[in-house]
Design a protein. Structure first.
Length: 263
């Protein structure tokens, strides 16, 4: 049975796997990226090309997000970070920001049962200041409900900025030094890693950006220092698991040396 045409706006869909097994790529298990980050770009442009309000593009992206999560589960990805709302997105019009805040809150509330069924552990990465309390409440509720799930960790990067995360880590280190919890006069890479928002999550292996733009836009700069980059031409509402699988297929064929020389 194929679930290619499943209505992902519904909660009444089966548990993983979701696709006909014959169409899932047979990736080498030892080469599948453990942690993938996705910059979900192009929602507003997609809507404008359809002659619609920008907010309709964000609505169209919801089923694509969960199709992508499904594809990540099928491929054997363990961590998936989704760039949902950046610290720079506050510069958008007040009406669009209000929509994005409410929509983010409602998606988490609407989809938490589905994610729990799939074995998703919900995580959050971002700053508390400015973020709506109702969004934080839904995130914390979802994280508590799914904290024991082990199929995949899905990190919603909401009010997230990579430079802000590093600055916050440095502030925490400074405070710890003042409190006498850290001794010495040298900040190490490990100190910074240990004070990031989710220090237990491994570094990012692959970053995918949709919409044809070729930049990472302040997304996971520390964690993705050695990540492979994949730039998809499709606007995000046109994407889904096929784009994810295509990027993974490119990844498994690349030679990753991390500054060394292959012997």
């Amino acid at each position: 049975m194929s679930f290619e045409n499943v209505d992902y706006t519904s909660l009444n869909i089966p548990a993983a796997p979701f696709s006909n097994p014959s169409i899932i790529p047979d990736f080498p298990a030892d080469k599948v990226p453990r942690h993938i980050g996705v910059i979900m770009d192009g929602n507003g442009r997609w809507a404008q090309l359809q002659g619609l309000e920008r907010t309709r593009g964000h609505q169209a992206a919801e089923p694509v997000v969960f199709d992508t999560i499904a594809g990540a589960i099928e491929a054997g990805v363990r961590y998936l970070s989704l760039y949902t709302f950046s610290t720079e997105n506050w510069k958008r019009s007040p009406s669009e920001v209000r929509f994005l805040m409410g929509f983010s809150r409602d998606i988490i509330r609407r989809r938490v049962a589905q994610m729990d069924e799939w074995g998703v552990r919900v995580r959050w990465s971002g700053r508390r200041p400015r973020l709506w309390k109702s969004v934080i409440a839904e995130l914390e509720s979802a994280m508590e409900r799914t904290k024991s799930n082990k199929t995949i960790d899905v990190v919603f990067c909401i009010n997230y900025g990579g430079r802000a995360e590093i600055a916050d880590a440095c502030s925490d280190i400074l405070q710890a030094a003042r409190d006498g919890k850290i001794k010495g006069n040298k900040v190490t890479e490990k100190m910074i890693s240990d004070h990031l928002y989710n220090p237990d999550i491994p570094d990012c292996d692959l970053v995918i950006r949709t919409s044809g733009e070729h930049r990472t836009s302040n997304f996971l700069p520390w964690q993705a220092a050695y990540a492979e980059l994949s730039f998809a031409p499709e606007l995000f509402p046109e994407c889904g698991r096929e784009v994810l699988w295509r990027s993974i297929d490119e990844y498994v064929s690349r030679d990753r040396r991390f500054g060394g020389v292959k012997k």
